[in-house]
Each structure stands twice: as C-alpha cells, then as structure tokens.
Design a protein around this ligand. Structure first.
Ligand SMILES: Cc1ncc(C[n+]2csc(CCOP(=O)(O)OP(=O)(O)O)c2C)c(N)n1
Ligand SMILES: [Mg+2]
Length: 360
C-alpha cells in the first residue's frame, strides 16, 4: 500500500483563556495599542446585543439572534476586511456590519420586522442578513467569480455556523471555490450548537476545517475567542484570496453563550456547568486582561469607554424609534411582477385601510 496524500489541520492561538501568551505574537500585535480598537468594538457589540435582547423582551423588536460570545470574531474580521471586499453574513453577524460602518439602528429595524434594516447604504456591496442556512455560501461563489472575471484584487467573505457545514450548499460552494480558484473565504463560526443540536452529533469529522481538504482548498482552525488569532488567520486568508492564491475554509472555535435566539431556551438542552465553564473562556475579559498587562489599557479608559458605549446604544435605540413605520404595501413590492390573487386581495385590503399601520 502506498500513501498517496497526507493532511494536517493547524490550530492557531496566541493568547489563552488565562490571558497568557502561548506563542510569539504576529507583527501587528507587537504593539498592544493596535488591538485597542478591537476591544472597544467588542464592548460596543456586547452592549448593543444586551439592548436588543431587552428590546425584544419589552416588545419593541421581534425575535433576535444574539451575538454573545463571538465578539472577537466580529471585531477581528471587521478589522482585516478592506472596503472593497464583500461580506455575506448569516443572521448572527451584526457585529461585523457595525465595523463596515452600518448604523446599529438598522439591526433593530431588521429584527423589528422592517425590511429596511436589510439595506446597508453605508456599505452597499455587502449582502443582507441570510436566514436560510448556508445560502450565502453559494451567493459568495457568484460574487467571487465576478471578482475573478474582472481581475479585481478583492475578496468575498461568507460566514456560516457549524450546523450549516452539514448542508449541501456548503459542500457545493467550497467545491466550486476550489475548482475555480476563487478569491473567497468561508469562515465557519463554530459555536458548538445548531439550535439544540450539539457539534458532536452534527458530524463525525474531527474538525470542521478539514471539510476543505476534500474541496482542495486551504483550511485551518483557530481560537475564535482570541482576538489576535482572528485577525491573524482571517487576515492571511483574505490576503491570499485577493492575491490570486485561492480560497480558504476557516473554522473559528467559539461558544454560543446565549440562547439560539430570543425564541429559544437553551437551559432545556444544555447544562449550567457547560455554560459556566465557557464563560471562563469568553473573549472580552481575555483581551482586556492582556491589554492591561501590556500597559495599553486601564481603569480610566474603561470608564470613559463605558460612558461612550451607553451613549451610542441610546442613539441607536432613538434612531430606531424615530424611523417612521414603512408603508405596509412595500411587503408586496419585490415578490412578483404581477401579484397572484392570494396577495392581491391583501394589498387591496391595505389600500382600503383595513390592514393599515400599527404603532412600533
Ligand atoms: C434552510 C434552513 N433550514 C433550517 C433552518 C432553521 N434553522 C435556523 S438556525 C438553524 C441552526 C443553525 O446552526 P448553525 O449553522 O450552527 O448557526 P448558529 O445559529 O449556531 O449561528 C436552523 C436549522 C433555516 N433557517 N434554514
Ligand atoms: Mg452553531
């Protein structure tokens, strides 16, 4: 017997959950101050997330998918994306979008049931939230193919969950990306759960990153709660894509500290011990401890930041509340050239004033 191929999956971590540096830092992190913007962004993301949950609980928005625990991924990805790149998010990527310049009040609009929350005028090339699992991956193939045809130095970055990697769309997308050597990066946010299905019963594969081996593309895994590892690994993959060196499949190891959405109660299917253990690995305290140890952050800055963040969250809430209700007829606008009867009578009812506005 001859071995015809061997494969390895690398895992990258720079700062462990105790704040200890476990391997030489990449050049960009040699000066700890360079990571302060990531920390600031992560604190803002967490505050906006807590506010969104409070707004759902008080009936001001509808179902909401929390980002609790994945702030390092969103901040790191936001930091290494270039303006011209295209992001194709799932429903859990609002943190990245804030760093693309998208106003946080749009996230409240979206989860408040207002389609205008899916319009991103501040970063118009980025794709809207994608709720059908995995669809954004095949869209990314199309986007990356167009970039390649035009000979542009840009990359398409699609994000999906661990559960999404069980879908045909996922395999089809990475296979096409490999075959056509597309400027594309797929980032799996492995938060260990797909609603109530744990990672271990999702697949028999030892890692999710290794799924890229069969597609013939670069693949690696990293600690998604280590902000430095996120910037390093995602930054390198995007540079490869832009430089014509082909696609990557990346697996970020993190943990969903929240329920799946506000419509879920995770305490019914996972233990309090597991959750408590994972809180010890969460990304914000880890980065702050490291910044403090490097002398790049202190109590005064923290207090000032908390004040600024509270103000920004309040501004976002106000911008949401101040947005006039959409015209209810707009829900029919992009469905059909000619409305079928089942919808036509509903539109008619609205126009006659029987299905009109309600208060936000
Ligand atoms: C095509 C499709 N099938 C099923 C669902 C229902 N659904 C919503 S979220 C989800 C689990 C997704 O898990 P994962 O990919 O790990 O993402 P996470 O929510 O953990 O970020 C499922 C099955 C859906 N939205 N779309
Ligand atoms: Mg998941």
């Amino acid at each position: 017997m001859t071995v015809v191929a061997r494969f390895e999956i690398e895992h990258t971590q720079y700062v462990d959950h105790l704040g200890k540096v476990v391997r030489p830092l990449p050049a960009f992190a040699k000066n700890a101050a360079a990571m302060v913007p990531d920390y600031r962004a992560m604190v803002l993301m967490r505050a906006l997330d807590a506010k969104a949950i409070a707004m759902q609980r008080t009936g001001q928005i509808g179902t909401y998918a929390s980002t609790l625990g994945k702030e390092a991924i969103d901040a790191g990805v936001g930091a290494v994306l270039q303006r011209d790149d295209v992001v194709l998010p799932s429903y859990r990527e609002s943190g990245i979008l804030f760093l693309r310049g998208i106003s946080p009040h749009r996230v409240f609009l979206y989860w408040g049931g207002d389609e205008r929350g899916n319009e991103f005028p501040e970063s118009p090339r980025d794709f809207p939230f994608c709720v059908p699992i995995g669809l954004q991956l095949s869209h990314a193939v199309g986007v990356a193919y167009a970039m390649k045809l035009r000979g542009e130095r840009r990359a398409a970055l699609a994000l999906c969950g661990d559960g999404a990697t069980s879908k045909g769309d996922f395999y089809e997308a990475i296979n096409a990306a490999g075959t056509w050597k597309l400027p594309m990066v797929v980032l799996i946010v492995n938060n260990q759960w797909a609603i109530s299905v744990p990672r271990k019963v999702q697949t028999a594969a030892a890692t999710l990153a290794q799924k890229g081996i069969a597609a013939g593309i670069h693949c690696e895994q990293f600690d998604g709660n280590d902000a430095i590892a996120v910037r390093d690994v995602v930054g390198r993959a995007l540079a490869r894509a832009r430089g014509g060196d082909g696609p990557s499949l990346l697996e970020a190891i993190t943990y969903r500290l929240s329920d799946h959405t506000t419509a879920d109660d995770a305490s019914r299917y996972r233990s309090a011990e597991e959750l408590a253990g994972m809180w010890k690995r969460e990304p914000i305290v880890r980065l702050r401890d490291w910044l403090v140890a490097q002398g790049a952050w202190g109590r005064e800055q923290e207090e000032k930041l908390r004040g600024e963040v509270a103000e920004r969250v309040q501004q976002a809430v106000q911008a949401y509340l101040d947005t006039p209700q959409p015209d209810p007829r707009q829900m029919f606008a992009h469905l059909y050239a000619e409305l079928p009867r089942a919808y036509a009578w509903q539109l008619d009812a609205i126009e006659k004033g029987n299905g009109g506005n309600h208060a936000r």
